[in-house]
Design a protein around this ligand. Structure first.
Ligand code: AMP
Length: 118
């Protein structure tokens, strides 16, 4: 399946719709989830067009991959989440119920997050 340039995160990256930016670097953007499931619910996305984890890890440059994970780590450090704990999730494909077909990691924290799968 080809990348859908009209997915909601592609529109955010083109500044066609607003988002609440948390942080960014040359290759990755972090913004608050519009429907937060925890006190901290941040989405981290690569700035280039990757639908899912497999595409990203197969096709992205090392700089893109490093920038992506460094942005996540920067947010974790800034919020001191390594002390209280946090969860990172990436839904990929139909069995994971991925809604938006642009790779995104959910960073969830700020309360006990319960079991991973209910
Ligand atoms: P997933 O089910 O893993 O694809 O998650 C998609 C996430 O994107 C959900 O948690 C939504 O709440 C979130 N979302 C959808 N539209 C927006 C938006 N415009 N701004 C921020 N988050 C959004």
């Amino acid at each position: 399946m080809t990348y859908d340039k009209n997915n909601i995160f592609a529109k955010i990256l083109r500044n066609e719709i607003p988002c609440n930016i948390v942080d960014q670097n040359a290759n990755a953007l972090a913004f608050n989830d519009i429907s937060p499931r925890a006190p901290i619910h941040i989405l981290i996305i690569p700035k280039k067009e990757y639908q899912n984890f497999n595409e990203f890890i197969s096709l992205a440059t090392k700089d893109e991959i490093i920038d992506f994970y460094e942005l996540i780590n920067k947010i974790i450090k800034k919020n001191k989440l390594y002390e209280s704990g946090y969860r990172i999730i990436a839904n990929n494909g139909s069995n994971a119920n991925q809604e938006v077909k642009h790779l995104h990691y959910h960073l969830l924290a700020g309360k006990n997050l319960g079991l991973m799968i209910n």
